[in-house]
Design a binder for this molecule. Structure first.
Ligand SMILES: Cc1cc2nc3c(=O)[nH]c(=O)nc-3n(C[C@H](O)[C@H](O)[C@H](O)COP(=O)(O)OP(=O)(O)OC[C@H]3O[C@@H](n4cnc5c(N)ncnc54)[C@H](O)[C@@H]3O)c2cc1C
Length: 324
């Protein structure tokens, strides 16, 4: 049985996404337990740049025009060959739109088990165990990672991206791409999402509101707090779906990923689709009346006070402190 751990590197427009580093960090612990190697798999071009800080023992890469932009069809075919040939102990993908698209197809096509929303792994008497966030992140499920090969979709939160970065570039090994001339899905154009009034992904302070805000009238309280802190208001999906904030303010899988110095999560439960986009924040502070809300798992500081009580008081305190 091959004991190597493969990590499919997710990248877009020349940038390796943070979940790739999280997966490399997880893979290192797994490989230590199995006695295998950490193998990064890159489908793309300009591989030297993409691979330069990956904490992997080796990088298998394929170059082809079809990988210039993400194409699930091309990825599926390319990875099918790699997995069949190597049959690694596990293949890690980001639990993202891209990863889910590819891993689900491979799972059905190759009849391989697929673990989704996986957060951590641990070794137990020679066996590898996984922990997955289920029920929107409210419960953790632990199980044995099926042998000989399992596909895994990983969420952030269990490992720090820095642990997946290395000072030295890994060894590169080129693999020939399969025939990709008759793809059913090809990318015609890449459309940058509209930035709108502000680009929340570039802000240093993000005051983010969730369903706990209750109604549109209360949004003003968050705006006043954001103004006092010198930041902007963003929100989770229910707030955007209600039309209480513009779609450009959506944080999460379907919106923007943010990396502020301060992410103040007010009345947000911490569902995986939201949390995957806030893991790079320097500090997450969560306010939620439910002590079991999963947002507290990734928050540095938290409080169970009512956000509607807190916001005006905090605004006043910040204004006083800043002499506003
Ligand atoms: C394919 C897909 C893509 C998705 N994309 C996104 C995305 O991009 N972004 C996103 O956010 N979601 C996304 N979702 C939805 C996601 O699964 C969650 O449903 C959503 O994040 C929940 O938002 P929430 O935390 O605001 O609401 P809830 O889960 O309802 O949580 C509200 C929280 O507020 C707390 N609360 C209530 N009242 C108060 C109060 N007065 N004071 C303090 N706390 C209070 C509650 O305890 C609760 O924890 C997506 C889902 C799918 C399936």
């Amino acid at each position: 049985m091959n004991s190597d751990i493969f990590v499919v590197i997710e990248h877009l427009r020349g940038q390796v996404s943070d979940i790739s580093y999280v997966m490399l960090a997880a893979a290192r612990g797994m490989a230590n337990a199995t006695g295998g190697k950490v193998i990064a798999v890159i489908l793309g071009h300009d591989v030297e740049t993409l691979a330069r800080d990956l904490a992997a023992d080796r990088v298998l890469y394929m170059e082809h025009a079809a990988f210039a932009d993400f194409s699930s069809d091309a990825y599926q075919r390319a990875l099918e060959g790699v997995i069949k040939e190597h049959a690694p102990r596990a293949v890690l993908f980001g639990d993202t739109t891209m990863g889910g698209d590819v891993a689900a197809w491979l799972s059905t096509h190759l009849a391989l088990p697929l673990v989704s929303a996986c957060r951590t792994f641990r070794a137990d008497a020679g066996a590898l165990k996984f922990v997955s966030q289920i029920c929107g992140g409210k419960m953790m499920a632990e199980g044995d990672l099926p042998a000989p090969t399992t596909l895994v979709l990983m969420v952030p939160g269990g490992y720090k991206p820095e642990q997946g970065r290395a000072a030295q570039a890994p060894e590169l090994a080129r693999v020939n791409a399969p025939a990709l001339d008759d793809l059913r899905v090809t990318v015609k154009d890449y459309v940058e999402p509209a930035v709108g009034d502000v680009d929340v992904s570039k802000e240093a302070v993000v005051v983010s509101i969730g369903r706990g805000i209750q109604n549109q009238d209360n949004v003003e309280l968050a705006e006043e707090l954001a103004k006092a802190l010198g930041g902007v208001v963003a929100g989770s999906r229910p707030v955007i779906d209600q039309g209480w904030l513009a779609p450009t303010r959506l944080v999460g899988k379907s919106g923007k990923a943010v990396k502020p110095k301060l992410y103040l999560a007010l009345g947000i439960s911490g569902a995986p689709e939201h949390v995957e986009a806030i893991g790079d924040s320097e500090m997450i502070v969560a306010i939620n009346t439910d002590p079991a809300a999963p947002i507290f798992d990734i928050a540095k500081f938290g409080s169970q006070v009512d956000m509607l009580d807190l916001m005006p008081v905090l605004t006043e305190k910040v204004q006083q402190a800043k002499g506003l």
